[in-house]
Write a new protein. Sequence first.
Length: 401
Amino acid sequence: MYAVLKKLNMIDMIRRKRWLHSLFLPLCCVLLLEACSKNDNHTESDRISAIADKVWAFSQSHPDGFTIDIRTMTEPTEGIAVNYAATQNSHSRNQLDKVVRHALKHERYVGGWYNTEEGLYYFDSTRLYSEDSLRTAIQFGKDNGQHSIFILSSYSEIPLSGKVAEIVERGTLLIGTTGDYRPLSYCEPTTGDYWGFGIEMAKEIANRIGVNIAFVKTSWPTLTADVLAVPQTFDLAIGGITITDTRRETMLMSDGYLTNGKTILCRASDANRFHSLEDIDKPDVRVMVNPGGLNEKFANENLTHARIIVWQRNEEIPTRIANGEADVMITEITEAPYYVKTDPRLAAPLLNEPFTHGEIGVLMQKGQEDLLQMVNNTIKQMKSDGSLRSLHEKYGLVYGY
């Protein structure tokens, strides 16, 4: 009997050991997994903190603002940077880890800048769009409660409540142009199609914004009033518009994209007759100008003896000169070569000795500084990539940059 009981006790002990063993092993596994998990979390936190340290160090030498790829710690040179709402108002080193953690889960870009008023560095997890995706970038910015987005290649800020955003939402850039100034802006009377150097500049601006284009007819006498009209009839004016201090007092003017100067057109048979303003400013010389622009202003200020004839349609004046209805047309070095080339009866004897020197630019209302910045960026990029020079060559214009 004793042997039986002893055997039963041994069986029970074995069962208990097996039960304890079956309980102990899973418990060990759980503890081991927890330890590994804590170790992994610690490692990830250390990695995030190390990246944040590098971003913080970078920010100290870039207080004016930056966008950095945290994979390489380099600044991208192109793209549209838009910040996420999730990291809005994150500032100082102690909040930078949160920004880096978010960036690692998304596009891995971090933007930052120094707020001089508060004395704080602000950081955001940032998304980068290609520069031909302005519409998408603007929408993402609006969805994330941003006030502006940033174009890296031109270092320009685009406010989401500004003129550019309005044009993008509309989907069309409205261009005011006279359509009477070959080879810069001309409207074919039979088809209504616009062509010219300025028209191609306008199309390039629209292309950079990523919208369609529509042309609105204006005139030289009404140009200023049309630009300043409220509500606006167009977003900007382009064509043969000379940059002047007077215009800049009441409107915005872009950088120059075409050098210019006053000269004359006359009949080829009279080419040796006119060598200076003095030769033109005589009672027997008939000078024809279009109304309301700088050509008429120049004639009135510099020709006190010649007979000045104002003709309403600028594009008709060269033919009238050739037909003998007037002797001289006051024009620009940008316009004269076209008419000499297309009508052998005409000459421009003072083409290389213009009376004035200036530049042609884009005109728009004040308060549209973001659109002005986009226009200037387009002009700058076209100068640097050679496309502006090519456009000059296409229209036989002298490249002055």
